[in-house]
Design a protein. Sequence first.
Length: 106
Amino acid sequence: MNENLNIAGVIIASAVVNYLIRVTPFFMTNWEKVPLTVRRFLTIMPTAALGALIFPGAFQSLADTGRPWAALAGLGAAAVTSHFSKNLILPVAAAVLATWGVLQIP
């Protein structure tokens, strides 16, 4: 029982430290003082992250599964959703759902 408390304490402490490290720059930086080039870079980051998340899995799916339509459906859903949405989660979810849907077709 004592060992479980120690493990839970370490997990909670790690979560708090991780949160503090990630949130500190937001409180220390005034957005208006950020240089224009940095602001442009930060607006492009979701697109780069989307590419880093979806393209490797799609290419692996093209090579491994033998069902290229699933990967192409996921890429298409991600492209269309990201074009109409400024969100990062929606294109990833659309890609996963489209790929899963096509893989369910016998």
